[in-house]
Design a protein around this ligand. Structure first.
Ligand code: NAP
Length: 258
């Protein structure tokens, strides 16, 4: 399917690895020029190289997207963008008894304020041009809380509430905002979460993964490639009537009727 976005320009934050990288490469495959960002230079340049091989132009910006200075640097390079995919690292697992004010503030900064401020920066241009796509990478945790990820449950639900309102305010100008909610996907993040389970319970990595898969109707982890393909579709010309939605990619793990 031709996604109809060849020649558009996208900013994908935290896009050097995992789900962000999957989105960046799927957009590149659709002919979208990219600005990608991460803190580490090596993986960022490797992803940029892969995307360029697909025939698009790529600017790679090393910055911490959760800081004011990092966002300013990325936005300055990005300039006018038609597509924004917001992403950042997820908060650490733990338990509510141990988190203090600073932990909540860090999670809110990374997983709520960062996407909101990035949207604030690019939405006016998209609206003025009458076309835009925003996809926020959030989490399954906004549909059903994950006990060990209380910081994610809290911060991302705040973002979800913001999007529910803002998406309806920008839609008249041809701009859509939607959220993609990953369940478990085979990335470094999954490796680190499963590593925590291995340590806490004294089981092997294979056992931790098998246990997790047993709770997923699809009986597997998701891949960054299929996640990226869904993201690219949401950014496509065909997705203009999808507004303010929260789309779960979790192999059926979240049990609900709607
Ligand atoms: P990942 O494989 O660990 O990749 C994270 C990416 O974000 C890397 O490119 C990393 O590069 C970049 N990054 C992290 N912090 C950053 C920052 N402050 N500024 C700029 N770039 C940053 O993670 P993932 O699995 O793709 O997860 C992406 C998001 O989805 C996370 O928020 C995660 O919590 C959420 N999620 C993931 C899953 C899953 O199963 N994978 C499930 C639910 C939700 P650098 O480290 O070099 O900066």
């Amino acid at each position: 399917m031709d996604l109809g976005i060849r020649g558009k320009r996208a900013l994908v934050t935290a896009g050097s690895k995992g789900l962000g990288r999957g989105c960046a490469l799927a957009l590149a495959a659709a002919g979208v020029d990219l600005v990608i960002n991460a803190r580490g230079e090596a993986a960022l340049q490797a992803t940029a190289l892969e995307a360029r091989a697909l025939g698009v132009s790529v600017a790679a910006v090393v910055a911490d997207i959760t800081t004011e200075a990092g966002r300013a640097k990325v936005l300055q390079v990005a300039g006018q963008v038609d597509i924004l995919v917001t992403n950042a690292g997820g908060p650490p697992p733990g338990s509510w008894e141990n988190w203090g004010r600073e932990d909540y503030l860090a999670a809110i900064e990374a997983n709520m304020l960062t996407p909101i401020l990035l949207m604030k920066a690019v939405l006016p241009g998209m609206m003025a041009r009458g076309w835009g796509r925003v996809v926020n990478i959030t989490s399954q945790s906004v549909k059903a809380p994950i006990a060990a990820l209380g910081l994610s449950n809290a911060a991302r639900t705040g973002l979800t509430g913001f999007v529910a309102g803002a998406a309806r305010q920008v839609a008249p100008q041809g701009v859509t905002i939607n959220n993609l909610l990953p369940g478990i996907h085979d990335t470094d993040r999954a490796l680190s979460l499963d590593g925590g389970v291995v340590k806490a319970r004294g089981i092997t990595m294979e056992e931790a993964r098998a246990e997790r898969m047993a709770g997923i109707p699809a009986r597997r982890y998701g891949s960054a490639e299929e996640f990226g393909a869904t993201c690219a579709f949401l950014c496509s010309q065909h997705a203009g009537f999808i507004v303010g939605q929260n789309i779960l990619l979790d192999g059926g793990a979240t049990v609900s009727t709607l």
